[in-house]
Write a protein that binds this ligand. Structure first.
Ligand SMILES: Nc1ncnc2c1ncn2[C@@H]1O[C@H](COP(=O)(O)OP(=O)(O)O)[C@@H](O)[C@H]1O
Ligand SMILES: [Mg+2]
Length: 260
């Protein structure tokens, strides 16, 4: 099976390479912003080993993906309503056994996404850090990939490494980019152009076809904003707690691009 065949419409993976850049923050708040626009949204915590979407949303799930994987509960019972008007499928922390891509993890993830895709307009996969085979497999199920980077050089290097793998292993031609924690408006564009330059220079020659290098589409930049940490610490959604904050408005602008 080629990775291209597995892509599911409406499914968008949020990934970054580097950890701690804001994937979970963005997944949760983007989901809420999309829900506000009338979309049916589900966020799946695909950070199977170190899940923390439940913490960010202040949910204490009795049923998680773990129970679905082991057949202890039906998929339906693990889909929970989140504050913000969207649904979540939580992994619960400490699912160390799922941090490796076994045939079971593969089959279960695919089955779950296949079952849910027709029911939602958007399924966001909040992936873990890195480019492990679990992360890459989750991304391979998604029709769209959103790479999140920050202006930190280490984040940019990791974003580049992720993009390289997505181009060479998954033949991705289009990748959406969000630059988080920018210091000033316009910085996102600079980062996007820098990344595109290295992709064209170093990734393009690795690909069998000319002109097959992925095009990075900047779909938003989110400022470094103390309101983010404030909301995270209160375990609330920023777009609900401080909708007028610069970061919340930036997330809403991304939602407007995805769901015009
Ligand atoms: N735009 C931002 N401004 C300020 N702090 C941010 C911003 N985005 C994320 N953070 C902070 O970064 C930390 C990591 O975010 P998180 O979403 O958990 O990252 P990841 O899921 O990529 O590991 C959080 O504590 C959050 O408060
Ligand atoms: Mg996270």
């Amino acid at each position: 099976m080629s990775s291209t065949e597995a892509r599911r419409p409406g499914v968008m993976a949020v990934t970054s390479g580097k950890g701690g850049v804001g994937k979970t923050f963005l997944s949760a708040n983007l989901a809420a912003a999309l829900a506000r626009r009338g979309r049916r949204v589900l966020v799946l915590d695909a950070d199977l080993g170190l899940a923390n979407l439940d913490v960010v949303l202040n949910l204490h799930p009795k049923t998680t993906l773990h129970d679905v994987f082991t057949g202890k509960c039906h998929l339906e019972d693990a889909i929970l309503p989140a504050p913000g008007g969207f649904s979540v499928l939580l992994a619960g922390s400490g699912l160390v056994e799922y941090s490796r891509l076994t045939p079971e993890v593969r089959e279960q993830l695919q089955r779950i996404i296949d079952t849910l895709a027709p029911r939602f307009d958007h399924i966001l996969l909040d992936t873990g850090a890195g480019i492990s085979d679990v992360v890459l497999y989750a991304v391979s199920l998604a029709d769209e990939v959103l790479v999140l980077a920050t202006p930190e050089p280490t984040s940019m290097t990791d974003a580049y490494a992720t993009i390289k793998v997505l181009a060479t292993q998954q033949q991705r031609r289009a990748i959406r980019l969000v630059v988080n924690q920018v210091g000033r408006i316009g910085e996102g564009r600079v980062i996007r152009d820098q990344l595109q330059l290295v992709v064209d220079k170093f990734v393009a020659p690795m690909l069998p076809e000319a002109g097959a290098a992925p095009v990075l589409e900047l779909i938003g930049e989110v400022p470094l904003d103390p309101a983010v940490r404030e909301a995270m610490q209160k375990r609330q959604l920023l777009v609900e707690m401080l909708p007028g904050s610069a970061a919340a408005r930036a997330v809403d602008a991304i939602a407007a691009k995805i769901a015009p």
